[in-house]
Design a protein around this ligand. Sequence first.
Ligand SMILES: Nc1ncnc2c1ncn2[C@@H]1O[C@H](COP(=O)(O)OP(=O)(O)OP(=O)(O)O)[C@@H](O)[C@H]1O
Length: 255
Amino acid sequence: MIEVSHCDFIYNQGKSQVKVYDDFNLTIERGESLVLIGPSGCGKSTLLYLLSGLLKPTAGNIKIFSESVKGTRQKTAFILQEYGLFPWLTVEQNVSLGLRVRHTVKRNYKPLVEEMIRKMGLGEVKHNFPSQLSGGQRQRVALARALTLQPDLLLMDEPLSALDALTRERLQGLLLEIWQEQRLTTVLVTHSIEEAVFLGSRILVLLDGRPTKVVGEISNPLVGKPGYRQTEEFFQKTSYVRSLLERGGLDESAR
Ligand SMILES: Nc1ncnc2c1ncn2[C@@H]1O[C@H](COP(=O)(O)OP(=O)(O)OP(=O)(O)O)[C@@H](O)[C@H]1O
């Protein structure tokens, strides 16, 4: 289980301060696919950074599978908004980078890299550089690199936002497959309501209240079922998330 307990988080901006979280609490079960959705600036990325250990809560505590987060951890993979690929490395080198950086892997890591490249359908472009790839291919490289590290927690910040609709749907399918196959715990940030309902076993709707507020928590047990996108349940969940986001935009007196 992942536990965010009584967390405050403040960004210091010169003399002013931005309090993003105040006494924030959240638990995520192992194997859950949690999606965070909410208006721009409401604190979604900040929460991912806190979970990754790249940012430290100003107060409170975060535990990942019973261990307090003291910094980055090996089993947490984080896919950033801009893919985080190195432009001077080929696809193959980018995918194997994490393994090479972590000296923990003494054995030959090439077969694992090869397998991941094949799984992500990148075989034909493995000697290309990121600038020679489409957005969808870049995203698959970022995923392949994250997954070669065999994480138990995968954090993703709007991983599919730059893609065209069909590529995006294909990669949503791929993410779902990975999540189901590996029973990974994932936390994904998106601005797309459909994507949230398609990928989240639970959806957290956040609102920029300074500090951030949770305005809805929706469990979505049918996620991953074949044909889910075409069901009445899917339609109802997307409508509900939309209504929460819309209501969030009104002030209290208008509710
Ligand atoms: N380094 C920083 N210094 C000061 N304030 C920051 C910093 N990073 C983010 N903020 C502020 O903290 C708040 C939360 O930002 P965050 O990036 O977590 O929001 P978000 O929900 O992920 O937004 P988006 O959907 O646009 O990516 C925003 O008001 C933002 O302006």
